[in-house]
Design a protein around this ligand. Structure first.
Ligand code: NAD
Length: 464
């Protein structure tokens, strides 16, 4: 599908408020990261329209919260509609976010199954006492209007996880996508107008200021936020003012610890996937690697060779292995961190230089000769760059992996699963994997430790 077809097929983009498409006089440009140029306009929500959206969600809550079976049927119908439009949504996501189309399509085709899985998770009534004195039941009740605020790296997956959690539990939603990637979410809002009762899901678009207005809104009972730690702290402060419930899914700096007995080819494939899939812009991607010194030289060589052979290009082009980063801010941040590492003595054994072409491209980059204390190792790069560091002693690797304010994910790689599991159990993070990283679905609860978040989303724990 060409960019014209994508734009013509869905433009002009409207917000969804009270079950109706709503346009605005004010708009902002959405940039195609492959060209660096504006390719469509997004509506820009005013404060008055935000009030209308919260009011609509408040009105809809009364009926919506009462009938669990009806909610589940409606959410299953949402999955059907999204499935019927998967190709259009995938192409739109590639245009606005950069992910290569084959991955966008794979994801778009997976959303419906994930929504269906989630829609069938029961909301249990727990009996906490049942004896001669009393019978006491623990019943989970919906809260009211949930403000769902999403980032740009997985605009639909993360937003829909919030929406489906909230809707199944009986809440209504005002959803705000990132200003970098509003279009796919707006389109889903339009499509679901015909499926959900008016006001149950409202989609508004705008910048960080709109997010702030939403988190301060007195009509909102709960905030479900995914984004950076910096913004998460502001969201938590806004929620504290009137004790709104809050779930925060924030940044990470996941470590992978590679033990001395691994199959180097297998680990190479997996680590290359970590930096190329969505250009490394994944909250739970490997962002630093500690490798036992026995396998370190072989792994670095294999990583450099594989990373160096990848073709950069527009995500819509089927020959592309890795698309652009999502936005100018992100490619500048990655460039800054790699340059800082080089200035500190680090060596980019492949990549390490922004190509001279339009768009927000950065090559897959492997950096050696760096250690803890260098920004590329200590901070979240959120891009296709991996610092790879040797270790001699596993305890030392675990200590270094844990010496961070982040605690989102981590992994341990070994031919001996029991040994790897034991090491993984020492990682201070929300999800620790053995011989894999990143994979999860809506049935599995996700949450961060330390600055990486509060609360969990997905799974029965997400409903709680
Ligand atoms: P961001 O924090 O800049 O923005 C996220 C969303 O919050 C956007 O919609 C933005 O407009 C809004 N926002 C910004 N400031 C706000 C404020 N003060 N009040 C309310 N809303 C505000 O994050 P980003 O750059 O879009 O996303 C990248 C970050 O998200 C990375 O740190 C990544 O690790 C993190 N992330 C975490 C998870 C997770 O599950 N833990 C998943 C994906 C991304």
């Amino acid at each position: 599908m060409t960019s014209d077809a994508v734009a013509r097929d869905v433009a002009p983009f409207a917000m969804t408020i009270g079950g109706e498409p709503v346009a605005t006089e004010q708009t902002f440009g959405v940039i195609n990261p492959a060209t660096g140029e504006v390719f469509a306009e997004s509506p820009d929500c005013t404060a008055e329209q935000l009030d209308l959206a919260v009011d609509a969600a408040t009105q809809a809550f009364r009926q919506w919260s009462r009938d669990e079976d009806r909610r589940r049927r409606a959410v299953l119908a949402c999955a059907d509609v999204i499935e019927a439009h998967a190709e259009q949504l995938a192409a739109l996501r590639t245009r606005e976010q950069g992910m290569v189309l084959k991955d966008s399509l794979r994801f778009a085709r997976r959303w419906p199954a994930r929504i269906r899985d989630f829609a069938t998770i029961p909301i249990p009534v727990e009996v906490v006492q049942d004896d001669d004195v009393a019978r006491v039941e623990l019943r989970r009740r919906p809260l009211g209007v949930v403000a769902a605020i999403a980032p740009w790296n997985f605009p639909v997956l993360l937003a829909m996880a919030k929406v489906v959690n909230a809707l199944i539990a009986g809440n209504t939603v005002v959803l705000k996508p990132s200003p970098y990637t509003p279009l796919t979410t707006l389109r889903i809002g339009e499509l679901l107008c015909d499926v959900l009762p008016p006001g149950v899901l409202n989609v508004v678009a705008g910048g960080d200021d709109l997010g702030s207005l939403l988190t301060h809104h007195p009509g909102v009972s709960k905030i479900s936020f995914t984004g950076s730690v910096e913004a998460g702290l502001q969201v938590a402060a806004a929620a504290a003012k009137d004790l709104k419930r809050v779930t925060l899914e924030l940044g990470g700096n996941d470590a992978a610890i590679v033990l001395d007995d691994v199959d180097v080819d297998r680990v190479t494939d997996a680590l290359i996937d970590q930096i190329t899939f969505n250009c490394g812009q994944v909250c739970i991607a490997v962002k630093r690697v500690y490798v036992h010194e026995h396998v370190y030289p072989a792994l670095v060589e294999a990583l450099a060779e594989r990373a160096g052979s990848l073709r950069l290009g527009d995500g819509m082009d089927p020959d592309t292995d890795m698309g652009p980063l999502c936005n100018a801010m992100q490619v500048e941040r990655v460039t800054e961190l790699v340059d800082d590492a080089k200035a500190a003595g680090g060596q980019a054994v492949t990549g390490g230089q922004r190509p001279a072409r339009p768009g927000y491209f950065y090559p897959a980059t492997i950096v050696t000769n760096v250690s803890d204390g260098v920004r590329l190792v200590d901070e979240e790069q959120f891009g296709p760059v991996l610092p790879v560091m040797p270790f001699a002693d596993v305890e030392d690797a675990v200590r270094r992996a844990n010496a961070t304010t982040y605690g989102l994910g981590g992994s341990v790689w070994s031919a001996d699963t029991a040994r790897a599991t034991e090491v993984a159990s020492q990682l201070e993070c929300g999800v620790a994997w053995v011989n894999r990283h990143t994979r999860t679905d809506y049935r599995v609860p996700m949450g961060g430790w330390k600055s990486s978040g509060i609360g969990v989303e997905r799974g029965v724990q997400g409903l709680d």
